[in-house]
Structure formats: C-alpha cells, structure tokens
Write a protein that binds this ligand. Structure first.
Ligand SMILES: Cc1cc2nc3c(=O)[nH]c(=O)nc-3n(C[C@H](O)[C@H](O)[C@H](O)COP(=O)(O)OP(=O)(O)OC[C@H]3O[C@@H](n4cnc5c(N)ncnc54)[C@H](O)[C@@H]3O)c2cc1C
Ligand SMILES: NC(=O)c1ccc[n+]([C@@H]2O[C@H](COP(=O)([O-])OP(=O)(O)OC[C@H]3O[C@@H](n4cnc5c(N)ncnc54)[C@H](O)[C@@H]3O)[C@@H](O)[C@H]2O)c1
Length: 452
C-alpha cells in the first residue's frame, strides 16, 4: 500500500482540527485533514450552533412571556416544524462550506475513519496510509452511555436537535449543560418537561446558590427538577417510556414521558484510534498531553479539544488548545496552553455563567477573599424584562484586589462572562472595573452594582 507523506496529518475537522489546519497551512506546511462524519465537527453541526438556533427562538418567546403586563400583548408560541426548517436551512449547508473552504486554501481533505498503524502513520478506511511529521488528534467526544437496561430507548443530544415534532412530554436524564439548556427549549416550545438527576448537585462547575436560583426560575417555566434520583433502567410503554429511579428513602420511583433524552456527559473519541500502535497514552479523560499539548509518550503526536485530557469540553478551549498545537508545530515548542479566563455558560432562560474559581475552590486554596454577592432581580435591568430569578457572586482576592472568580445568573450572562474572563486573564482589579466608563444602560454597567 502506498504511503502519502505530509507535514501535518489532522484527525477530525471540528473547531480544534480546523484551527490547526488553517494556521499550519498559512505557515506554509503541507496539511491533510481526515473526517469520518460531517465536515466542521460537533459545534457547528450537532452542538453549539443548532442548539443556539433553538435557544434564540424559544428564549424570545420566554422573554415576551416574562414581559406580560409591561406592554406587549397577545400570546406567542413556537411552531416547531418551522423552527426546525429554519435550523436546517442554516446548518445543513455547513459541511460542504467547510470542505470547500479547506480545499480552497490548499488543505488536503480525506473522508473516512482514521486509526493509527504506526508512530506517525494512520490508515484511513477505503483510502490508504497517511504519514505525518506530526499527527494531531482532534477527534472530539461523544455522548457518555448511561449503562442501564433500556438506554437504547433514549435519544442523545444529536437526535434531540433533529426532532421533527416536539413531544407532549419529555424527560432529561442528567443535571448538566445539555439537560438544562434543552429543558428550557422544550418547555418554551410547549412540552411538559422533567429533569432527573442522580446527585444533589446539578450543574457541577457552576455556583451552587445560583444553580438553585436557576432551578426556581425553571420551575416557573413548568420544568420539574428531581435531584438524588439515580436511574436504574428504562422501559418502553404504549405512550413512550418509563424511567425507574430510586428516591432518598430507597424506594423505587417511576417517571413517564413520551420521550427521554440522555445528558450525562461526553467521553473522548480515543477508543477507536488504535493508539497502542502509536504509543499514545490516554486516560479516561482523553489523550494525556504536556503543557505544549504534545502527547507525553509520543512527541510526534499532539492533541487538542474534547479528545485531550485537560480542560472542559467547550469550543473556546478546543480553539485555544488548537492554537497552542499549531504554534508548537510551526515554531517547535514555544507556547504553553493557558486556559485562564475561559468561561462556561449554560444557555438556560436566563443564562448562567461561571469563570475562574468557585467560592469553595478559593476557600479550599486558603485564599483570603472578599465575596460580592446579591440578588440581581432587583436591578432595573432585570425588572424591565420581568426576570424574577437572577443573582451574582464575584470573588476578589483581598490583598491584590484582583478578581479570581465570577458567577452570574441573568440576562446576557455570556457577555458578562467575557468581561470577567478578560479581567481574570489579565489580572484586573475591582478598582479597574469600577473605573471603567461602561455604557449606560448596559449589562457591563451592572458590574458597578455588583461591587457597590
Ligand atoms: C449539544 C451540545 C451543545 C454544545 N454547546 C456548546 C456551547 O454552547 N458552547 C461551547 O463552547 N461548547 C458547546 N458544546 C461543546 C462543543 O461542541 C465542543 O467542545 C467542540 O465541538 C469540540 O471541538 P473539537 O474539535 O475538539 O471536537 P468535535 O467538534 O467533536 O470534532 C471532532 C471531529 O472529529 C471527527 N472524528 C472523530 N474520530 C475520527 C476518526 N477516527 N477519524 C476521522 N475523524 C474523526 C468527528 O466526526 C468530528 O467531526 C456543545 C456540545 C454539544 C454536544
Ligand atoms: N453551553 C455549553 O457550553 C454547552 C452546552 C451543552 C454541552 N456542552 C458540553 O458538552 C458536555 C456534555 O454535556 P452534558 O450535559 O451531557 O454533560 P455535563 O457534564 O454538563 O453533565 C452531566 C451530568 O450527568 C451526571 N452523570 C454522569 N454520569 C451519570 C450517570 N451514569 N447517571 C446519571 N447521571 C450521571 C453528572 O453528574 C452531571 O451532572 C458538557 O460537559 C459541555 O462541556 C456545553
């Protein structure tokens, strides 16, 4: 079998693979990308983008409902078929556009499943063998299985994003990003929604008090949230599914719905890569890498994004890590991965964000901190919108005044997260933020309320 040699062989065309490809090609390297599913990866095809289409439409409806009695009259609702038609019109052309964009820039593309056959060699099904001076693993992640009987009756996030009709009732298993975001979408679209979560703490990584406040708000949207309910099994019924769980008292409890969706995390796509052939070490969280995003056991191999061990599986982190990989391939190991200031946002109604340390992390590290926290529902910004559940918790290092953590539930949380993320990454202090001439009225200006 002939072997085709390139400077860089990239497995996966998602945000991570795409960034490495673009930067390396620009630097004059000969690059090939292998993709086994849709060109562009999860974020634009089965994750952030289609999700946000549904979120934007359904939240618009929720926002109008919140403002009842503030001027708007008449009821609004979601035409699911129409929304899905719109989503498809936006998303379906993406794979072809990504493929054309890569090829136009002189990046070679190969469709098929890649797996290692040597230290720097991968075989692509139906194509042949590619050898790279460097091989970049950017294969992403997939839905974590629940490992209970009947789980094949549940849909994964990918299928939820393709639903032709919104069922009358829907049950989400897991208390993370996917369940919370999709629950708000489904409730605004008219479904009867339940979330069943195995432990007492939902939305791990977010501030607990703000998560509880979010749950209160979601209850008002009609969403039922059950905590401490591990799922024991799923069965089919005439009208859908029944999920068996166990409550605090050890008694069996049953939840019925027309449809069930699983959201219990994602696992890295590293198990079908034959990594032994390349001597690449992996853990449960993905490819084990050093600070340069280089495999600790095979220096020819780099990894970035959801399939790499460090960080949370989020697009900006995949992009940041991919940038590190590309710089290190081009300049030979100069750049370390620096994820400071990377925010997480869950696009619920309203959204919740977290950046930097949680209060408990700061205390565990023995930092002397000032906690600025309060109810943001009383701000005029939220009163105007009719939003009843909102809040913030900002963590300031007492001696330097620097912001080390910021958590906020409320309108435009994603943009407030960006401001605090920049403050944390660049070591800004409370005084710097208070001195800034924020536009008024704006949610940037609300930083002044948080510190006063
Ligand atoms: C429902 C959902 C919503 C999300 N919403 C957000 C959000 O709002 N914000 C956010 O920051 N993140 C969000 N994410 C996470 C985000 O999509 C991922 O973090 C991001 O896509 C990771 O990029 P990546 O390049 O590492 O992997 P991916 O995007 O997963 O791309 C990997 C690619 O590799 C391909 N591949 C895998 N194995 C092989 C192989 N052996 N050979 C060839 N190709 C292979 C796959 O087909 C895939 O196209 C969401 C995820 C989901 C599931
Ligand atoms: N807005 C965003 O940025 C966004 C949105 C959606 C997804 N994502 C990404 O996709 C990932 C996957 O989302 P997710 O909601 O599936 O995961 P998640 O990690 O956010 O939440 C999974 C939840 O399931 C629970 N869980 C794990 N194993 C379980 C089991 N066996 N039984 C019952 N519960 C179990 C966990 O305790 C956790 O609360 C996220 O971690 C995130 O990185 C991001």
């Amino acid at each position: 079998m002939t072997i085709k040699r390139h400077d860089v062989v990239i497995l996966g065309s998602g945000p991570a693979g795409g960034v490495v490809a673009g930067m390396c090609q620009k630097a004059g390297l000969d690059v090939v990308v292998v993709e086994e599913d849709g060109w562009g990866g999860v974020c634009p095809l089965r994750g952030c983008e289609p999700k946000k289409v549904l979120v934007d439409a359904t939240h618009a409806v929720s926002r109008i409902r919140d403002m009842e009695g503030h001027g708007p009259v008449g009821s609004v609702s979601i035409d699911w078929q129409n929304l899905m038609q719109f989503k498809r019109a936006l998303i379906d052309p993406i794979p072809d556009a990504v493929l054309q964009s890569l090829e136009k820039r002189g990046i070679k593309t190969v469709s098929g499943h890649a797996s290692f056959v040597g230290e720097g060699q991968v075989e692509v099904s139906g194509y042949g063998i590619l050898e790279g001076k460097h091989v970049v693993i950017a294969t992403g992640a997939r839905t974590r299985p629940l490992n209970v009987s009947g789980e094949e009756l549940l849909l994964a996030s990918r299928q939820f994003l393709e639903l032709d009709t919104m069922p009358k009732s829907i049950l989400f298993i897991g208390g993370g990003f996917i369940s919370f975001e999709f629950a708000c979408v489904a409730a605004a679209a008219g479904a009867d929604v339940t979330i069943v979560h195995r432990s007492s703490r939902v939305l791990k990584g977010f501030d607990h008090d703000l998560s509880l406040s979010l749950i209160e708000g979601m209850k008002e949207l009609g969403i039922k949230v059950f905590i401490d309910r591990p799922v024991l099994g799923v069965e089919k019924t005439d009208s859908g599914i029944v999920v068996t769980s166990r409550n605090d008292d050890g008694e069996k409890e049953y939840f019925t719905a027309e449809l069930g969706v699983i959201g219990v995390g994602r696992i890295p796509n590293v198990d079908r890569l034959n990594l032994d052939a390349a001597g690449v070490t992996v853990s449960k969280r993905g490819v084990v890498v050093n600070d340069f995003m280089q495999s600790v056991s095979n220096p020819r191999v780099f990894a970035a994004g959801d399939c790499a061990e460090p960080g949370t599986p989020l697009t900006p982190l995949a992009v940041l890590q991919a940038t590190t990989v590309a710089r290190n391939i081009i300049d030979e190991l100069l750049t370390k991965s620096d994820l400071r200031g990377a925010a997480s946002v869950v696009f619920t109604h309203p959204p919740l964000m977290s950046v930097g340390m949680l209060e408990e992390e700061a205390r565990k590290q023995g930092l002397d901190v000032i906690i600025h926290s309060g109810d943001a529902a009383k701000w005029s910004e939220h009163k105007r919108l009719g939003l009843k559940h909102a809040g913030y918790k900002i963590i300031e290092d007492r001696s330097s005044g620097r912001i080390v953590g910021a958590h906020y539930l409320g309108q435009h949380a994603e943009e407030v997260a960006n401001i605090f993320g920049m403050a944390i990454r660049h070591g800004l202090t409370r005084e710097n933020l208070m001195d800034h001439p924020w536009a008024y009225p704006s949610f940037g200006y609300t930083l002044r309320y948080m510190f006063s």
